[in-house]
Design a protein around this ligand. Structure first.
Ligand code: NI
Length: 198
């Protein structure tokens, strides 16, 4: 049996389109860490530990290792921020200059700039602490898909806040690159950072 030439070329065209589509799909998948959670991160306007308003634009050109939590946190936040600080210390000085560890509070009512300043300073001299008004903090949390809610019990000063515990790596262009779940150790973070830092 002989197929007409036009049918054959249509078939060929369909095959080519399918192959290109599959190829494009595979490319997207191979960039998994970027594509699947590409909607994490984005613009923010917050207040740093010196009381100055800063935006995500102020960090362009440097990598950010961002963590959301609160200074009254009994153990989860200190553990994660220690990992960020240890990772920073394990980098060469030239690499350290390309990275800023950033702590964003989910509890702006208690975490004022002076409170943040004392807190981040205790972890690492390069660490930036960001707070803001309720709306600014909520917007930043929403951008990073961070969960945070006051736990029941406790009074106005002693309440705890349930929150997600994730380190986010953001590139010098402001785009989210990858995250490290709670429990990732400093060596694992450093290994990931070394792939990106020059
Ligand atoms: Ni915490």
């Amino acid at each position: 049996m002989k197929m007409p030439k036009t049918t054959l070329s249509i078939l060929l065209a369909v095959v080519v389109v399918v192959l290109v589509a599959v190829g494009a799909r595979l490319l997207v998948w191979s960039g998994g860490e970027h594509s699947t959670i590409a909607s994490i991160g984005g613009p923010f306007t917050l207040v740093n530990q010196d009381g100055r308003t800063v935006t995500d634009q102020d960090f362009r050109g440097r990598w950010m290792l961002i963590y959301f939590g609160y200074t009254f946190c009994p153990d989860v936040c200190p553990t994660s921020l220690s990992v960020a600080a240890q990772a920073m210390d394990k980098l060469a000085p030239a690499e350290q200059k390309q990275l800023v560890p950033v702590f964003v509070t989910v509890d702006p009512a208690r975490d004022t700039p002076p409170v943040m300043k004392d807190y981040v300073g205790a972890f690492h001299p390069a660490m930036v602490g960001l707070t803001g008004d309720e709306a600014q903090v909520q917007a930043a949390m929403k951008a990073y898909k961070v969960y945070g809610a006051k736990a029941k019990g406790g009074d106005a000063q002693s309440y705890t806040v349930d929150h997600s515990s994730i380190l986010y790596l953001v590139g010098p262009d402001g785009r989210f690159v990858q995250h490290f779940p709670h429990g990732t150790n400093a060596d694992e973070v450093v290994a990931a950072l070394k792939k990106h830092l020059k």
